[in-house]
Design a protein around this ligand. Structure first.
Ligand code: 4AD
Ligand code: MG
Length: 459
């Protein structure tokens, strides 16, 4: 029977006749035997395999290099050596896939920059193996979190005819012949395109998920989103995953509570359930990681209105590259000052000026702010962006026109405000930013298997 190394290493007693598949991390030879360190991806740890003259296939062992794929039958026994409780005494060794000596991942540690150039091989390193296990576990836990609280997972479209954020940073989807684009009056004639109209990759599932919120009550979408913004930073990608819950009969306060609850829940989950993989990041990537996570797990987030945040920044005596000013967006240096230096914990800033936020946010009575919220965390800055939605037909229609959008494009969205509209709220949690937070990895390109950034699309 096939065993996972994860299960074997946790075994309470010796086990006879086990069967393991995996990849060789290292080989050490003595005169009459060799040790292979084998990893099968089920956990960070390797199993030590003793191959000796009694092993069928022993004659092969010197041909087995780092990176080779092997299958081993043997017995799990207590290891007489130091450093591991169990080892595998091989009875039969098979070389499944050879790895010649030019295998790029030999023992020494490689830089993240180099590993990005071999994204097809980097999952085989300890660090990226740990990262992608945590990523998968977290994604699963996110679904569980919502399921346990009565939320329904809605599959919102990837190809869309709407621009959710109104920012226009979208990738076109077309089957038009780019060498010979049909035009009418100098404009592209999208009527001849696949959908008969302009189509894009979604920047957010929000507008679509709102329609289901106004029926199923508590919903969320969790999928890939795409932005063609040309920001080459360590926190932006052209393709990223977003978790977007939407709550009916709810206001900004309920939204903030949910944003805080899910963030703290997921931090605690990783600390408890991914401890072995997390320890790698705490040791090699960010030595303050466990302290940061503990702090998030144990303390309530600070909440403060945008206006107060600007005051606080202005009075901080700090020389920022961008001077904080009411009406301007918070820069990441401001966000980091608030969470890392001033509060030393996550903070939720809310009630932003309406002119720097999206059209769908609920307008406050002061006439100049909207019920927006951003959750800011140390090292990263914004991890969640959300709002209470404008549920009133007139103010929403007015805002759409004011911003120069065509209300006809939003007819279906407006109609949800015409029939049975209710106060509702939601947010988007950036999945990769969450992974940066929980692992301490400083570059977003290193928390997703295949990063997409401007001028980078190798695989
Ligand atoms: O603040 P954003 O733009 O909000 C929305 O898209 C809303 N429609 C969400 C909603 O209310 N349902 O994006 C939400 C989060 C950000 O806080 C950030 O964590 C992440 O998505 N994000 C990105 N992550 C990686 N690369 C990018 N280019 C990102 N842009 C946003
Ligand atoms: Mg935002």
């Amino acid at each position: 029977m096939l065993h996972s190394i994860h299960a074997l290493l946790r075994s309470a007693s010796a086990v006879g006749d086990v069967f393991v598949n995996g990849w060789v991390r290292t080989r050490r030879d003595s005169k009459d035997f060799s040790f292979l360190e084998v990893n099968d991806g089920s956990c960070l740890a390797n199993v030590q395999v003793l191959v000796d003259a009694g092993t069928e296939g022993y004659d092969l062992v010197k041909q087995i290099h780092t990176g080779a794929a092997v299958s081993i039958n043997g017995d799990l026994v207590e290891s007489p050596g130091k450093g591991q409780r169990w080892e595998l005494r091989a009875k039969r060794l098979q070389l499944v896939g050879d790895a010649p000596e030019d295998y790029p991942l030999q023992k020494k540690r490689h830089t993240d920059e180099f590993l990005r150039t071999i994204a097809h091989l980097r999952p085989r390193t300890n660090k990226y193996g740990a990262m992608f296990r945590i990523r998968a576990r977290l994604a699963n836990e996110i679904h569980r979190f919502f399921h346990d609280r009565g939320f329904y997972w809605i599959h919102t479209p990837i190809i869309t005819g709407a621009d959710c954020e109104g920012a226009g940073e979208m990738f076109h989807v077309t089957t038009l012949d780019l060498m010979n684009v049909p035009k009418t009056d100098g404009q592209v004639d999208f009527a001849q395109d696949f959908f008969g109209k302009e189509a894009n990759l979604t920047v957010s599932g929000q507008l679509s998920v709102e329609t289901c919120c106004l029926s199923l009550g508590k919903v969320y979408t969790f999928g890939p989103t795409f932005r063609s913004e040309n920001s080459n930073t360590s926190r932006h990608m052209a393709e990223f995953w977003m978790i977007e819950p939407e709550l009916a009969f709810a206001d900004l306060r309920d939204n903030m509570a949910l944003g805080e609850e899910i963030t703290r829940h997921l931090v605690r989950f990783v600390m408890e359930e991914c401890a072995e993989d997390l320890a790698l990041f705490a040791k090699y990537v960010d030595t303050t990681l466990m302290q940061t996570l503990q702090n998030i797990a144990e303390h309530d987030f600070v909440r403060l209105p945008y206006t107060e945040a600007i005051d606080l920044l202005a009075k901080s005596g700090r020389q920022f590259e961008f001077a904080p000013a009411w009406g301007k967006d918070l820069q990441s240096e401001h966000e980091r000052f608030l969470t890392e230096e001033h509060f030393k914990q996550p903070a939720i800033v809310y009630d932003y000026p309406k002119d720097i936020k999206a059209f769908y946010m609920r307008q406050n009575d002061d006439g100049r702010t909207v019920a927006a919220m951003d959750v800011l965390v140390p090292s990263i800055g914004e991890i969640i962006g959300g709002s209470q939605r404008e549920e009133r037909y007139e103010p929403l229609a007015r805002r759409i026109s004011e911003l120069g959008f065509d209300p006809a494009d939003y007819w279906w969205y407006l109609e949800t405000r015409k029939y049975g509209s209710v106060p509702h709220a939601g947010f988007g949690l950036g999945f990769e930013r969450l992974l940066m937070l929980v692992t301490g990895v400083p570059n977003i390109r290193d928390v997703i298997p295949f990063p997409r950034t401007p001028k980078h699309l190798e695989f």
